[in-house]
Ligand binder design. Structure first.
Ligand code: GLA
Length: 406
């Protein structure tokens, strides 16, 4: 069975590779010297809004993501083409024009990564022809931009022989997203895209970037992504606003407890309980509580998963959603509706929103034999309550960024 799945995945990749190489030849005249690469999207199982608080996260890489066909040019020009936005044609830039430009649209992501690599002293002296194709559902919150960033870094590493580790590529992707594209994201998405491992989740300590892969042994259960089809707007001020709120929360915790910690996740649940009564009962306190408890939830979730207690794992996921809804306030009507109906549906033992929030997907642990019924029941109930037709995907956990060889 596992072998069949691997073979099917390989066939899909080979097919994709030859299709994209043909397309590259159509667009750029020939595909001589071109290589094919892939970097995945991600889903986070637990640990939301903890990454930029120096906490733990537990994401996995998906088998959907972003492909590139790329080769060096002799000059310094950058020619980008996206199969997803064919009507835009070839977008031109150059190694000497790596400044953010609104009209550069999606190419600001690869440009930002090349800019960040050059800024860190990596030598990229030739331009490139790059064709991109992404198969992450648009607006699903499964990190299409992080996968494009990691992919670009990987392409440059390979084509120019850069001595850069995958962890550094994740950091460079995050840096370019923060400083070139203006979204103040944490490290989780890029790290998962770079370091993913088939059928494993990654337990990552975002304060040190130490990590371990944890096999996802779900037995009779499987992971189902439920897309609310409500576009999440990560660039929206809400994400950056939460970051400001937690900075204020950190100052409060340090001043009440007389400590000098760097991150909210350095505090324990006991620390929070000691400080709680002295803190004004406002949104900042709620944000602090979510972050500290969510970080502990990651550790507990990994423990119960490793001991094979999927029911306990599912319960921790549900607690995580409730905290993101009530304390961190990043869910919203659609995500909460999807969560509520999933929790009431037979065969589903855990559910929560995944990613930044405000739309995008929930992740659900569903009994394999109940998947069809789950999709139908949850789909109908969600549609009748929100008026939106949702989408469901069986979540396949794949490897991180790589070259696709035949
Ligand atoms: C987005 C960000 C991540 C992380 C999550 C919330 O996906 O890009 O860095 O903060 O939101 O956990």
């Amino acid at each position: 069975m596992a072998k069949d799945k691997r073979e099917l995945q390989k066939k899909k990749e080979d097919y994709m590779k030859s299709m994209l190489l043909d397309k590259f030849a159509d667009v750029f005249g020939s595909n001589e010297g071109a290589k094919v690469y892939f970097a995945p999207g991600r889903v986070n199982l637990i640990g939301e809004h903890t990454d930029y608080n120096g906490g733990h996260v537990f994401p996995c890489a998906l088998t959907v993501g972003t492909y590139a066909v790329a080769r060096k040019r002799k000059d310094r020009e950058l020619h980008f083409y996206s199969v997803n936005f064919e009507y835009l044609g070839v977008k031109m830039s150059s190694l000497d024009k790596l400044v953010y430009a609104k009209e550069a649209g999606w190419t600001n992501y690869p440009k930002g990564v090349i800019w960040a690599l050059k800024g860190k002293g990596f030598e990229i002296e030739n331009g490139m022809d790059i064709l991109i194709y992404g198969n992450i559902p648009n607006g699903s919150g499964l990190s299409s931009s992080a996968s494009l960033e990691v992919l670009t870094g990987f392409v440059c590493k390979d084509l120019f022989g850069l001595e850069v580790s995958l962890t550094e590529l994740a950091l460079i992707g995050q840096y370019s997203e923060n400083h070139y594209n203006g979204v103040n994201c944490g490290i989780m998405d890029q790290f998962a895209s770079a370091m993913g491992k088939k059928d494993n989740a990654i337990l990552l300590d975002c304060s040190t970037l130490s990590y371990k892969h944890v096999p996802l042994n779900l037995g009779e259960y499987t992971l189902i992504l439920a897309n609310t089809c409500k576009k999440h707007a990560l660039g929206a001020s809400a994400y950056n606003k939460r970051r400001e709120e937690v900075s204020e929360g950190l100052i409060r915790m340090n001043s009440i407890l007389g400590t000098d910690k760097d991150n909210l996740c350095d505090f324990t649940e006991d620390d929070y309980l000691k400080a709680e009564a002295s803190m004004e009962a406002d949104k900042i306190r709620d944000r602090v509580k979510h972050v500290i408890y969510e970080n502990q939830r990651v550790k507990k979730a990994v423990e119960v998963l490793e001991s094979g207690d999927l029911f306990a794992f599912g319960e921790i996921l549900r607690e995580g959603h409730a905290s993101l809804r009530d304390l961190y306030e990043v869910t919203g009507f659609e995500l909460d509706t999807m969560f509520d109906v999933a929790c009431q549906t037979e065969g589903c033992i855990g559910s929560r929103m995944t990613g930044g929030g405000f739309g995008g997907c929930t992740i659900n642990i569903v009994k394999k034999s109940a998947v069809e019924n789950f999709i139908e029941t949850v789909g109908n109930a969600y549609k009748s309550k929100t008026g939106i037709t949702p989408a469901f995907y069986v979540c396949d956990i794949g490897d991180g960024a790589r070259e696709i060889k035949m």
